[in-house]
Write a protein that binds this ligand. Sequence first.
Ligand code: AKG
Ligand code: FE2
Length: 437
Amino acid sequence: MTEATAAISTEDTIKVFADVNLPPYFTGSIPLSYGASKLFYEAGDRTEVIDFLNAAEPQLAALAAACQPASFGLAQRDVIDESYRKALKMDSSQFAAQFSPLSSGIMKGIRKALFGNQTIEDIKVELYKLNVYGPGSFFKPHVDTPRGANMVGSLVVVLPTEHEGGSLLIRHREEEFSFDSADAIKKDGLRQAHFVAFYSDVEHEVSVVTSGFRVTLTYNLHLITPNSSIAPEPNPPELSTAGFKEICEGLKASLLPLLASPTFLPDGGLIGFGLTHKYPFTIHTEISTIKDYLKGTDVAFAKVCGDLGLNFALKAAYYESDNYSHLAKTWILVDEFPRFGEEVEGGFINAVIEKYHTQIAFDMSREPPRKDEKIYEDEEPEVHPNARPTFWLKPPTARNEVETPYISYGNEASMDYMYGDVCLVAEVRRKAPVQTS
Ligand SMILES: O=C(O)CCC(=O)C(=O)O
Ligand SMILES: [Fe+2]
């Protein structure tokens, strides 16, 4: 490298570094969809509601009347000084807003635009106050008082009300940015909230509101790092988690000796668990995705299988329903809900076995037929040649029953239904016996 190019590139690089300047704010608008526009607040001993998609002057005046004068931080104290800040505030304990920066997607934008998804685990948003700026209100230039060591920024959401003035001015590195939310709100027909998020070190002010009411929700943005003093989520009470752990331990303690016993499924087989809870799905749902939704004891079954190193999966289980129940020993277990566009010949079960990847389970856990029960020769349970011996440790519950319609073929084609149940099935493997010749 020659000296000249080295000198030029150094200068260039220095210039690039000197000029780099990311905006210190993130702004945008968000439609206040149905259900996100209402705010409930305490007014004396009454609870009032205001809908920001339809807020007339008297309702805004009533909201203002329920507020208190807004203070600001000066030398570690909260002071009220109307020559510096003339505005009204309501503490977050006094109101509930349906609007949420999380469900509206604003937080996703803030994380991306202002915090670059670096090593930051998360940015927590905390509702701070509601502010009402009536005619003549303003807030002179200031930097927000840090509320906690991890506070990294503020989010201001201006709700769609008719007003003039009240621009938010942001200053950073001799640059000024102005957000005339009043104008923007008017332009989109009072349907959208406008927001600005900015870093904690950024100076800002609110210019004088000349008419109407400017209503804002303000939020603190906190940085959550592994070492931060703010816990991302409070730890749950001891009891609730201990219960789950104990259940898993109990299940494991009873399953382990069974698996270790040489007489239990000596050549391997399947163990099944009927689900305790009901899950929302249709025959178009991919069965494996239901795993993510398991609750309560159902998660416990899955966890125990996982901990014991058993392969397990959710399956749709069907049995021939026209057998007497004590003969219904053969189940078929399928990874997806069977669907037939074509006519089904030779019975549903056989058609599923033919068309889908199916495990055939021979139920070992049912009582054998009683001695005094009359069994006809042709009712004897037939064991399918590929059937695997199976124990239902908890029988299918029909709680997650799926109705599978199909056209059965007979003298006349007719519509038939099979009922299956979603359950958890785990594989019990035994070492293959040593071959002797
Ligand atoms: O209402 C606004 O636009 C910002 C108010 C503000 O700066 C504050 O509450 O600290
Ligand atoms: Fe501020």
